[in-house]
Design a protein around this ligand. Structure first.
Ligand code: APR
Ligand code: ZN
Length: 245
């Protein structure tokens, strides 16, 4: 398969490979994507993840957040794509993974350098004093959860629409993007800014773009050099085989 061989050669010759992932990499772990077939936004109104709506209607917002992110994500385990990326980092081919996902599956798979551009659902953060606590410490049948320290409302420690990208993830992701000579995109539409700009910046800096997706994304025609069409678990497994042979 020339494309896998080509992609493997580019990665082996690279000096700084950065991985950039979206919801598509976690679909085979049982977590629905946001867009496309079975997309969460086909069922739920994104308004429940708008920060102004959350502050005005914390209970209603939390009921939907619990259903989407805690009832679904709870049992999810890393799949062969997450594990393959962790292996590439361990073998020295990948320097870091920038993810838009909040499911912690890259870390669960063993990836070390993971920059969570949209935060992480595993912790809750107090809307008043900023205290962070594991979501597992709270009974999410009693909503909204309240801060142990100041009794104010807690929110998941991932960004809502209308919130700023968290630091240090934003700066570290930007540094990665500046240094990368190869960007490996896995399972993202490229629709949501500012995260979606990172592959474009890498491309402008001369990086090679290798993309894995089940169907073309906004990147494919615009910046992708090698498009490995297919499910993330299959494509990453094929890519590892091509690199190791
Ligand atoms: N393997 C590879 N790619 C897949 C798979 C799969 N098994 N299943 C779906 N995809 C692809 C889809 O073709 C699509 O391009 O994954 C992408 C999923 O798109 P989105 O759900 O829009 O995910 P993402 O691009 O990460 O969304 C960005 O939008 O709502 C916000 O904060 C949320 O981080 C999210 C951001
Ligand atoms: Zn507090």
């Amino acid at each position: 398969m020339p494309t896998y061989q080509e992609a493997a050669q580019i990665i082996k010759n690279a000096s700084h490979v950065t991985v950039f992932t979206g919801a598509g990499i976690s679909v085979e772990s049982g977590i629905p994507p946001f867009r496309g077939e079975n997309g969460l936004w086909n069922t739920y109104d994104p308004i429940f993840l708008d920060i102004r709506y959350f502050h005005a209607n914390p209970r209603e917002s939390w009921q939907v957040i619990k259903e989407i992110f805690y009832d679904f994500f709870g049992q999810a385990h890393p799949n062969a794509a997450h594990l393959g990326i962790a292996q590439l980092e361990k073998d020295g081919y990948v320097k870091a993974t920038i993810t838009q996902n909040i499911d912690n599956l890259h870390q669960d798979a063993g990836s070390i350098e993971v920059y969570e551009y949209h935060g992480n659902s595993r912790n809750l953060i107090c809307t008043s004093c900023g205290q962070k606590s594991p979501a597992s410490h709270f009974d999410l049948n009693l909503l909204p959860p309240l801060c142990i320290r100041c009794s104010k409302i807690l929110k998941p420690d991932f960004i809502f629409y209308g919130e700023a990208i968290p630091e240090p993830a934003m700066s570290l992701s930007f540094q990665e993007t500046e240094q990368a000579d190869v960007f490996l995109l896995v399972g993202t539409t490229g629709e949501v800014m500012p995260a979606a700009q990172l592959p474009h910046i890498a491309k402008r800096n001369g990086a090679k773009i290798i993309e894995i997706n089940i169907e073309p994304s906004l990147y494919t025609q615009q910046i992708t050099d090698i498009f490995l069409q297919g499910k993330a678990t299959v494509a990453i497994t094929n890519l590892l085989e091509a690199i190791e042979n």
